[in-house]
Ligand binder design. Sequence first.
Ligand code: GDP
Ligand code: MG
Length: 357
Amino acid sequence: MTILELAKQTGVTIGSLQEIVLNVGEKVDSEFDPISIDVAELVAMEVGFNVRRLHSDEGAQLKTRPAVVTVMGHVDHGKTSLLDALRQTSVAAKEAGGITQHLGAFVVGMSSGASLTFLDTPGHAAFSAMRARGAAVTDIVVLVVAADDGVMPQTLEAMNHAKVANVPIVVAINKCDKPGADPERVRIQLGSEGLLLEDLGGDVQVVEVSAIKKSGLDRLEEALLLQAEMMDLKARVDGTAQAYVVEARLDRGRGPLATAIVKSGTLLSGQHIVVGAEWGRIRAIRNMVGKVIESAGPAIPVEIEGLKGLPMAGDDVVVVDSEERARMLSNGRKKKLEKDRLHKASEERAESPDTSE
Ligand code: GDP
Ligand code: MG
């Protein structure tokens, strides 16, 4: 990208853009000289633009990647129980004698060698919040419906979220062990809500499960794998990583920790990163059993240690060349956030002029 191109895209004069570039400490000789993506982002932010980095995978070698799955459904229908049960089916969990740490996501490996990545936070709010921030991490939604309770308001809400986001659904009719279970009724209800179930000639798979009895889990995993296969999910493995934060927390000893899922490319330990408005250098990458690994490829959930501050779910992870770049970009993004916040506050004041101080 050049200053000239940036001027065309933002409608800001070349002169002012050059001045901003100088202000962020970069050299510009001519508007035709290429500027780095980091500087371009900073300059664009200065003039009030939000930049989304579009990583081109053109020409790159793409490999099949695991599907990323989110569990949604009405409260008490068994989302947490189902995730717990699925987590226990993971090979890593078996080998490690249970997953000790909470990572916000886990991988279930099948004997066929295929695997599925589950986001560990059920819920519609997280799903929508991440979508709203441009983080389209989820490939498939598992819609959990309790067989004794049937379709409820949040079932419909979840269906709607998935539909709006264009994410396919696999239905898990849960609590099939209960005496009052009526999976047939659930099928009819879902059908009448417009879900095109497989049994009725549609393509939405339905699996009967019991999270408590741990039955039907293998069939659910097979259904998810089949769905993933139909979607032909692929990602670039080589080159700079692009990742999204799914959860972040502060550890007393280790500082800010972010669980991220790599979308494409490979994340390497030691890299300088900007995560949302925070920055740092990757001190350690850990996998879901807490083992330190050197790199992570697509759809693998990892815990990143080495950030200076706490990012938010949905933040993007951007790899940059140096600590200086990382600091600079983080500062720019923080300023932009603050500007947006002030702008929003003043707009709200303008909208309600008669509210007293
Ligand atoms: P969530 O609100 O969707 O996360 O639901 P939970 O996983 O917390 O489950 C709500 C309640 O339903 C808990 O008391 C669970 O023990 C119970 N439950 C979940 N799955 C099953 C199941 O397959 N069978 C039976 N009988 N109870 C279940
Ligand atoms: Mg729950």
